[in-house]
Design a protein around this ligand. Structure first.
Ligand SMILES: Cc1cc2nc3c(=O)[nH]c(=O)nc-3n(C[C@H](O)[C@H](O)[C@H](O)COP(=O)(O)OP(=O)(O)OC[C@H]3O[C@@H](n4cnc5c(N)ncnc54)[C@H](O)[C@@H]3O)c2cc1C
Length: 332
């Protein structure tokens, strides 16, 4: 048995049947035995039980930086830790990712859900990805357009059947970058350079989010729901102060944390699981939680929101069961 405790930030004591730490592609022997899953540091996953197959842990390292005219081309191993990369880049005067500071996890996982924070998405800086098709071992490059980045979305998320392992991420940064300071908490601050932005982001996040080193969690558990104008009008009748943000395609994004809070679910505890006192969108392991306790809390929270607002919450975290990835519907 292979312990997944170091590979899930919910800190659940779950196991896979086997595990392979991938330091280089040569660590894999094709065809791979089924079932298998890919993991970075497990900061966006919930194991609902033990996994009966092989966990492939991406640990491919490496950082290469080239200056080409007025840009930096940066090639990074998928197993590098994103926050450590940001520190490395800033120390060389390469800016752009500082708004993503303190997001846990690896560089290779970041494009999968096109991670984002404080007005920046990783896809904004990706030039291409070097990937391996795990069904046959073939390696190829995907340009940014083929990655189909969207809000917490990408080709990889929509096509899990493609079975692509991100080996290297190629970034493109402007040598003369602009700071992105439009987001609440960054604007109206005296932030003169990227290092100051990073420190401000770290401070803001520390106030709101639990540190997975001390409190097991996987960040925002649910996605912010995207709804139509009719739904917004209906909700505003009863809740005039509901936060609403414009989304693409004439739709609107609601704040899942606000909905959960107003449903009376902020800071609650069920067994050894709970919701975070400072951000209701984060489900936490209060110590020794079992997978089923997190699952039943997630179901409870979503049912309360559905009852009060008529809105169905959908998890942002990826769910895994005995045979591999599972859908939210499969847990109902
Ligand atoms: C406290 C906290 C705060 C967070 N804040 C944010 C935030 O602000 N914004 C945000 O977007 N996310 C946030 N997250 C979620 C998470 O950190 C990101 O999704 C991160 O990119 C996951 O990285 P990981 O290495 O842990 O991936 P994992 O959780 O191990 O994997 C996530 C998914 O990516 C796949 N995957 C992993 N590595 C690879 C690879 N090399 N190739 C192909 N597929 C791969 C896995 O199969 C899985 O489906 C937060 C999480 C926590 C715990």
């Amino acid at each position: 048995m292979f312990s997944l405790l170091p590979y899930n930030t919910f800190a659940l004591d779950v196991h896979a049947k086997h595990g392979i730490i991938i330091n280089a592609l040569s660590d894999l022997h094709f065809p791979l035995s089924e079932p298998y899953i890919i993991l970075g540091r497990g900061s966006d996953v919930l194991f609902t039980e033990d996994f009966s197959g092989t966990a492939l842990i991406c640990n491919i390292r490496g950082l290469e930086i080239k200056r080409v005219d007025d840009e930096y081309m940066v090639r990074v191993g998928g197993g590098e830790i994103l926050d450590e990369l940001i520190v490395q880049l800033l120390s060389r005067g390469i800016c752009g990712l500082e708004n993503l500071s303190a997001i846990p996890g690896t560089v290779g996982a970041a494009p999968i859900q096109n991670i984002g924070a404080y007005g920046v998405e990783i896809g904004d800086f990706i030039d291409s990805l070097e990937v391996c098709d795990l069904s046959c071992g073939k390696v190829f490059t995907m340009d940014k357009t083929s990655c189909q980045f969207g809000y917490r979305d990408s080709y990889f998320k929509r096509h899990p059947e493609a079975r692509l392992l991100v080996l290297y991420v190629n970034f493109r940064f402007k040598a003369q970058p602009e700071l992105k300071l439009s987001y609440q908490g960054l604007k109206d601050q005296d932030l003169n350079d990227a290092a100051a932005v990073r420190e401000q982001v770290r401070a803001l996040r520390a106030r709101k989010l639990p540190d997975p080193r001390f409190v097991g969690n996987a960040g925002s558990f649910f996605k912010n729901p995207v709804v139509d104008a009719k739904t917004v009008a209906r909700l505003r009748e009863d809740y005039p102060d509901i936060p609403v943000f414009t989304a693409s395609g004439g739709r609107f994004k609601l704040a899942a944390g606000w909905l959960i809070d107003k449903s009376g679910c902020r800071g609650i505890t069920h067994g050894h699981a709970g919701t975070w006192e400072h951000q209701a969108l984060v489900l936490v392991n209060r110590g020794q939680a079992k997978p089923h306790e997190i699952v039943s809390l997630a179901k409870y929270v979503s049912s309360q929101v559905a009852m009060r607002f008529g809105i169905a919450l959908v998890p942002e975290v990826r769910l895994y069961g005995r045979g591999g990835e599972i859908s939210w519907e499969m847990l109902q």
